[in-house]
Every structure is written in C-alpha cells, then in structure tokens.
Design a binder for this molecule. Structure first.
Ligand code: PEP
Length: 250
C-alpha cells in the first residue's frame, strides 16, 4: 500500500530563525495528523541543520535541490552528501522553478537522482507541463516524457525511494489549482507510464503528489482522487496551521 505524504516546499522564504520557528510550529501540531500520513518540510539549504535540530521523527526534512556532482569546484552548489549530513532524508529534484530559471534538464536530473539515491536520500521528482503545453493539449506527452527521461534510468528497487510530484506549472503560486479531474487524469497517466516500465505493483506502490496552489480549501477534493496520494505544498506550507490542515484533508 502506497504512502500518503504532505510535503511543504518553503522555496526561498524565511530566514533561519523564522524557519526554525515555523518548523517548531509544524512539529507542535503534527500529532493531530494520522500516523499513516507522512509529513515532510523542504527548506533552503542554509536552514537544514538548524531545522533538523528541532524536528522529531514525525516530520522529516528535505532539501529543495542538490548538485549533479559529488564534490569539488562547483561554487554555490550543495551535494547530496552535504544534504544527507544535515539529517535530511529527502531532496526535491526537478521543481519547475529549477527547470525554468536554472536550466535544470532531464539529463541533469538523472545525475542528481543517482547521487541522491546513492547517499540514501529519498527523491521527490517534480514533473508538469506549462500553460502553453496544456493549451496545446500536450500535457500528457510532456509529463510522460519527463517521467521516461528521468525515471526509466532507474530500477524497481530505486522506485521504493522515489516519490513523483505532478505540478502543472500554470498552477504553481498562481492561485489557479488544477481541478481534481485534471489532476487525477495526469496522475493516472503517470502511474500507467510507471507500470509500463516497472510493473503494476511498483506503479501502485509509488506515491504521486499533486502540487500547485493546493490549500486547505481544495486539498480534500484533490486528495479524494484515486491516484492522488497527497500534496507538495508551496505558499500554504509557510503557515503551520494551513500546512497541518492540508495534512488533515485525507
Ligand atoms: C510548489 O512550489 O511546489 C508549489 C506547489 O507552490 P504553490 O503551492 O505555492 O503553488
């Protein structure tokens, strides 16, 4: 049975002290969330060590990105080993903001995913179409290609440590949410694409999150869909109350 997860992506928000306070508030409220719902907070790299110190085992820590090299002359980059050494268990990879603003290609994501898995980090791999691609009716093809280009390089065993996040770019930070039908049809398609490579059992066991203006008011309807196993939450993860309310929406 696949795991339900609600993961917060703080993006480039909060100072370290503010992030520590936010993490403490999430921990304080986390007991209300049923144990079968995994809780993750993804923080800026600067925050990882300090936030790790205030989390308990109920709320897991994630980076928002990690490097496509192990170490060396890559100024400003943070390696998977560095992330792991903070106490983080996860890294987000391939967020659309990374793809759009920092030239993150599927090829780079293969390298990053390999390095993250080799360090024992779980990977939350983001895929999703932009507005132009959706309007051109290419959303299924775009997501399918992103999944194939990255995940088809990995094994069924690797998939145990990989979560997929479907995040339509036009819905991220815009207030526009995909309807539950729009989200469900892509989630079901992603699961089909995973089944074609790894078999139905692996596909059925893979957690697929929805991301894109998910908030307390729409989480319930989204999470009620058969193939939506939780959310990757941006803006609403910056308020502990909203984040926990979303986690209570299954
Ligand atoms: C995200 O950044 O992954 C995201 C889904 O953002 P928001 O919830 O703000 O749309």
């Amino acid at each position: 049975m696949r795991k339900q997860i609600v993961a917060g992506n703080w993006k480039m928000n909060t100072t370290v002290p503010e992030g520590v306070e936010l993490a403490k508030a999430v921990v304080a409220k986390a007991a209300a969330v049923p144990a079968n719902v995994g809780l993750i907070v993804a923080t800026p790299a600067t925050h990882l060590t300090s936030v790790a110190a205030v989390l308990d085992s109920r709320v897991e820590l994630s980076a928002e990105n990690c490097a496509d090299h192990t170490s060396g002359a890559y100024t400003g980059e943070v390696s998977a080993a560095m992330v792991k050494s903070t106490g983080a268990k996860w890294t987000i990879l391939g967020h659309s903001e990374r793809r759009q603003y920092y030239g993150e290609t599927d090829e780079k994501l293969v390298e990053k995913t390999k390095l993250a898995l080799a360090e024992g980090l779980g990977v939350i791999l983001c895929v999703g179409e932009n507005l132009e691609q959706r309007e051109a009716g290419k959303h299924f093809d775009v997501c399918e290609a992103q999944i194939k280009n990255v995940l088809y390089n990995f094994s069924a065993e690797d998939m145990k440590n990989i979560v997929v996040a479907y995040e339509p770019v036009w819905a991220i930070g815009t207030g526009k949410t995909a309807t539950s039908e729009q989200a469900e049809e892509i989630h079901a398609h992603i699961r089909k694409v995973l089944a074609a490579k790894f078999g139905q059992t692996v596909a059925d066991d893979t957690t697929i999150l929805y991301g894109g203006s998910c908030k307390p008011s729409n989480a319930k309807e989204l999470f009620a869909q058969k193939d939506i196993d939780g959310g990757l939450i941006g803006g609403a993860a910056l308020k502990a109350d909203d984040f926990i309310q979303i986690a209570l929406s299954f």
